[in-house]
Each structure stands twice: as C-alpha cells, then as structure tokens.
Design a protein around this ligand. Structure first.
Ligand code: IMP
Length: 426
C-alpha cells in the first residue's frame, strides 16, 4: 500500500504523529514539497525531535528517506538538522536528497524578508525561509538545483545567466546586496560539501527498484491543502502543492503508484500567518482551544489562530486534496467542552445567500459569516480510549456527522500525542 499523508487544513494538523505511525510500515519515505518552513515534532527514544525538512522516518532503522525533487532546500537549515540528528547518534545512512531539488540561496531569504516587511496589507506572514522566492526562480528557470553544485561547468554557465538578472532585481527592485560570481561559487563549494554524502544521483533506479520490489512508499506532505498555491486561500498560501496530486510531481513517481491519500485534520482549525479564516474564534473559546491544544508554531513560535472545525473548507480539501480518508487529530482537546460547533456553511452578509461549496475569491471572505451546527460535548477524558466503540456516544455521533458532511471516511482518530493514543477506525 502506497500512501500520501497530507495536511487538510492550514498546516499543523498533527501530520508528524500520523506520518510517524505510518512510517513504521513503509520502506521508502519521500518528502515531496515545501522546505524548512515546515516544523514536525516527534517524540522517540525518550527525546523530542524537531524536523523541518528531513522525513521523521529517519528515526526508524532501515528506512530510505528521500527529500524529493519538489522540495526547496536551505543548505544551512539542512546542515543544522543533520548535525542535530548526528548529535543524537541517529543513523543517517538512509537519507537521500534528490539532485533535482531546488536550492534556497541567500538572496531568496533576503527577498522573502524584504517582501514581508514592505508588503503592507499584502503581508502573507511567511516563515521568511525564502520559500516563495526559491519557487519563483525555479519557475522562472533561473534557479539552482542540487546537481548543479557538482559540475563546475554547469554552475558557471548557469550563474552567467542567473546573476545578471538576479543582481538587477536585487539592486533595482529590492535595494538589496548584489552578488559576485566568485562569491556565489565559493558558497556553492560549501553547499556541495554539505549535501555530498546524501545526494542520490541514482534516484531513478532507487524509485524503479522500490516499485518493482513492491516496497511500501509513504509520501510525506508538508503545510496543508488550504495553503496549496493552486487551491488554498491564494495569495495567503505557501508556494508549492501540498495536495495529494503534488506527491506525484514532487517525488518522481507520477500519480499511478499512489493507492491512498490520507488527509490529516484537527477537530478544530488553526492557522498561522495572515489570510482569511471564516470560523476563527477571537474570544475565550478560541483562547481555550489555543491553551488546551498548545497551539504555538514549531518553526516560528508564533501563537496559532484558532477556530471551530470548518466543514466547508474540509469538504473542499477532500475534493482537491484527493483524499481517500481522514485522520482526525486532537479530538481530546474537546474533552471538557459542553458544546462543540462545526461550521457547515458560510452566510454572505451582502445578500443573505449561504454557501456550502468553498468560495475561492478570498477577498470576499470578509463578508462571510460561519453558519454553525452545535453538538453536545462528551464531558469525559478520552485520552485512554483505544477502540472506536469505547468512545463516548456523543463523540462518535460527532465523528459520524463529520463523515456524513464530508462524504469521506475517518480512518484514524488521534486522542493524544503518543503513538499509542490512536484509534484505527476501519
Ligand atoms: P511560506 O511557506 O514561508 O512562504 O509561508 C506562507 C504561508 O504558509 C504563511 O501563512 C505561513 O505561516 C504558512 N506556512 C508555511 N509553512 C507552514 C507550516 O508548516 N505550518 C503552518 N503554516 C505554514
């Protein structure tokens, strides 16, 4: 069974735990998009590990973990992650990096920082890791890839094309520092050493062999469907395709090897950074969710905005994300809640119309109000429950109602951060 794990909301859905659980069963784990903007916390060997780019499956012995062609890599961040894992004696022999992955150069992080500071109302609230500018240059075909670091001739030829354009932009558009060719060549030499032990030049055979031998492949997504550059709350999105379809492109496999797409969603919604969020709660209820759910970012430490479960965006995520089932996390956060709401529609305050399909023009979201359906809480601690039928009746009713609205089954229910606190609902 080859599976994709994808965030189904705005990221931070608890993918790390689900990915970690499913990685036990996988042979090859491929991270297919994004970069070190992601943050995954995994508790293993009695220690807490914070991952940004390297698949957490590396903590299991004997797995191959590939950072795919669809990713963007900030070399310094990659190096820090590697050093952290080495310090904990984690075996990195299975770690591989696609030679086609894009490199985040210093000008990318500088432009990201500049754009965010000067964007005014257009501020996206990025992680300032250079993600957008790196993907921009990849698409403009003036980006560097990992493989370029190992061919002096290619690098030199490419830089002759890239640097005049880049320097003109840096100077005239952003008023930022420009780069000489020698400076960049020296930097690239350093980067080549960072990546050398991990670059998988033979990635084609790695993928072919895994397919032929029936190895189990886990495609690890980052961020979430509502941050997808095509389908998310554009322009308040990241610059890649977290959706299930992104796994085919960002791994080198195409869509045909994928059997399942599991969308991870919290029993409520959170969002970091700017952008619309119709079911956001700015009151004491939102604060309780934030406190009980420990909703603070791993990468930036920012408090996450919290709100009720938004079934309108989730139904949309089931469609565009290609989800075959849902892993619902953090439902135990509601253990002490008397009532739990689900946003089932949006009401347009301009004309009184209600929408159950997601309106894609986010500039109109300021006119939308959530329409809620209220469910009774269960008022008991469910963190020790391990079987679906042992969940309180109100909790099961809530889950079954979600399945009905979303027309997608919930396959996994997470009732706490530990691996054991997981209910597999068949
Ligand atoms: P960027 O990916 O750094 O360009 O940021 C674009 C948007 O995506 C911002 O709103 C970020 O807060 C959000 N974002 C990026 N990565 C993550 C993540 O891993 N979890 C949650 N939000 C993220």
């Amino acid at each position: 069974m080859n599976r994709v794990v994808v965030g189904a909301q705005w990221g931070d859905e608890g993918k790390a735990k689900i990915t970690d659980l499913l990685a036990q069963d996988a042979d090859l784990i491929i991270r297919y998009q994004g970069g070190c903007n992601a943050g995954h916390t995994v508790v293993a060997h009695g220690k807490t590990f914070k991952f940004h780019l390297i698949p957490s499956g590396i903590l299991y012995k004997g797995k191959t973990c590939l950072i795919g062609n669809g990713t963007v890599i900030l070399p310094e961040s990659f190096q820090t992650e590697i050093e952290g894992l080495k310090a904990e004696n984690i075996d990195l022999s299975g770690l591989k990096v696609s030679p086609l992955a894009a490199i985040t150069m210093p000008w990318h992080t500088e432009v990201d920082g500049y754009s965010e500071s000067n964007a005014g109302k257009g501020k996206i609230g990025t992680t300032k890791k250079g993600i957008g500018p790196t993907y921009t240059d990849k698409m403009q075909r003036i980006g560097l890839r990992i493989e370029d670091l190992y061919s002096k001739e290619t690098l030199s030829e490419k830089l002759d094309v890239i640097l005049p354009i880049k320097n003109k932009q840096l100077k005239e558009v952003y008023n930022l520092k420009t780069y000489t060719k020698d400076e960049v060549l020296a930097l690239c030499e350093k980067y080549a050493e960072i990546f050398r032990p991990y670059v998988c030049f033979d990635w084609q055979n790695l993928l072919r062999d895994a397919k032929r031998e029936g190895k189990k492949i886990l495609f690890e997504g980052a961020q979430g469907v509502m941050l997808d550059v095509d389908f998310g709350t554009y322009p308040f999105v990241t610059s890649s395709n977290p959706v299930g379809g992104g796994a085919g492109i960002g791994s080198g496999y195409g869509p045909t090897v994928i059997d399942e797409v599991i969308g991870v969603a919290k029993a409520y919604c959170t969002r970091v950074g700017e952008g619309p969020f119709v079911s956001e709660l700015t009151d004491a209820v939102g604060k309780s969710i934030q406190d009980i759910g420990h909703e603070f970012g791993v990468t930036t430490g920012r408090p996450r905005r919290c709100g009720w479960f938004d079934a309108v965006t989730m139904k949309y995520a089931c469609l565009v994300g290609g989800l075959t089932s849902i892993a619902l996390t953090k439902i135990d956060v509601f253990d002490t809640f008397d009532e739990i709401k689900v946003c089932t529609a949006y009401k347009d305050t301009r004309n009184g119309e209600t929408y159950t399909s997601y309106p894609t023009d986010v500039y109109t979201h300021k006119y939308l109000e959530p329409v809620y359906e209220t469910h009774k809480g269960w008022g008991e601690d469910i963190t020790a429950v391990r079987k679906y039928e042992d969940l309180p009746e109100n909790c099961r009713k809530y889950l079954e109602r979600l399945e009905q609205i979303l027309e997608t089954p919930i396959s996994i229910v997470s009732v706490g951060p530990d691996r054991e606190q997981t209910i597999f609902k068949v």
